[in-house]
Design a protein around this ligand. Structure first.
Ligand SMILES: NC(=O)c1ccc[n+]([C@@H]2O[C@H](COP(=O)([O-])OP(=O)(O)OC[C@H]3O[C@@H](n4cnc5c(N)ncnc54)[C@H](OP(=O)(O)O)[C@@H]3O)[C@@H](O)[C@H]2O)c1
Length: 318
């Protein structure tokens, strides 16, 4: 292992410093970069480490503004490309991807970090304008489409540098998945989050299996418990339900949340460690490989996910 000293307290800056030779010259796209969230702290750590180009994708420029400002302050030399992206709107995902493909200053993408996500407290499914359940679309289907459309630029990086990486933000919430890709019934926000976060792990496994030979490496990440806006719609009942569901799934919750700077470290290990000891497609937690729930270890589920997602989108991955 190249970084056995990394743990739950490790910060993004420490990770970036460890891999400073690799950060310089990188082009990285991050989705969901608001400054109060993990995507924002990921962007700032990469800028501080000397990344060459950061493509920051957000629903609105104003939600990304503070992150963009900090990024430019810590590293005035970094090229920042803002991309408007609403993952709950597939037309927006296609427009965003086309804009990146057409941008001559983005020749290739070394790392794509599918970070954006929602965790809704609703007890009835909230549908997007595309008719899909919102958590499923924002956390999984939208990122799947974005990744698929950007594959030419990822493969371009892989052909020059030997590899490109796709990092999918998952969660211990994947343990709440019932093993089916159908809409959870009875529906709860927790069950919907579980399905989406399981899909994030399986997406990484599938990318590794299907595109590993072409230089694509993909890892899924549990960032840890970080106090962000992710669960701002939850009420006391929802917390109680999550704790109950966690107990049933055998989860132990830490008593203290991570800071934003600690919350981006596992993502950055997955994105940067050139000698990452975890196999392509692995799930990482606290900066190291961790065994996820047995339900997402089933390789048949990768094929099922591919079929279900391709059917929902009406198009093949590549
Ligand atoms: N925080 C935790 O404890 C924790 C634990 C496990 C996993 N995670 C995962 O970590 C990732 C980051 O979460 P976070 O805690 O940093 O949450 P957050 O602060 O709520 O940030 C989520 C980001 O996703 C963006 N987003 C939401 N809906 C979107 C949409 N329709 N289109 C585009 N972007 C959208 C948000 O954009 P706006 O700024 O426009 O709202 C925001 O920038 C998520 O995938 C989450 O599941 C978090």
């Amino acid at each position: 292992m190249s970084t056995p000293h990394f743990n739950d307290k490790t910060t993004g800056d420490e990770v970036v410093l460890q891999f400073k030779d690799r950060v310089r010259g990188l082009t990285v796209l991050i989705t969901g970069v608001t400054h109060t969230g993990i995507g924002g702290s990921t962007a700032v750590a990469l800028a501080r480490g000397g990344a060459e180009c950061l493509i920051l994708a957000s629903r609105s420029e104003s939600r990304a503004a503070e992150t963009i400002e900090t990024v430019k302050k810590v590293n005035p030399a970094v090229t920042v490309v803002f991309v408007k992206l609403d993952l709950a709107d597939l037309a927006s995902v296609r427009t965003a991807a086309q804009g990146i493909l057409d941008n001559p200053s983005v020749q290739s993408i070394d790392v794509l970090i599918n970070n954006a996500g929602v965790s809704l407290a609703d007890e009835t499914p909230r549908l997007t304008k595309d008719g899909l359940e919102e958590t499923w679309q924002v956390c999984h289907v939208g990122h799947w489409l974005l990744t698929s459309l950007l594959m030419p630029k990822l493969l371009a990086a892989a052909s020059v540098k030997g590899e490109a990486r796709v990092i999918n933000l998952s969660s211990t919430g994947h343990n709440f998945w019932n093993g089916s890709f159908d809409e959870p019934s009875p529906f709860t926000g927790i069950a919907a989050y579980g399905r989406a976060k399981a899909a994030n792990i399986l997406f990484s496994k599938g990318l590794a299996l299907k595109y590993g030979s072409r230089g694509i490496k993909s890892y899924s990440v549990q960032p840890g418990w970080v106090t962000t806006q992710l669960i701002s719609t939850w009420k006391a009942d929802d917390f109680a339900r999550a704790v109950e569901a966690g107990k049933e799934a055998g989860l132990e919750y830490g008593s203290e949340p991570k800071t934003l700077e600690q919350g981006c470290s596992t993502t950055l290990v997955a994105a940067l460690d050139p000698a990452i000891p975890a196999p392509n497609g692995a799930y990482l937690d606290d900066c190291h490989e961790k065994k996820p729930n047995a339900k997402v270890e089933d390789v048949q589920k990768v094929e099922e996910l591919w079929k279900v997602t391709e059917k929902a989108l009406g198009q093949k991955f590549l």
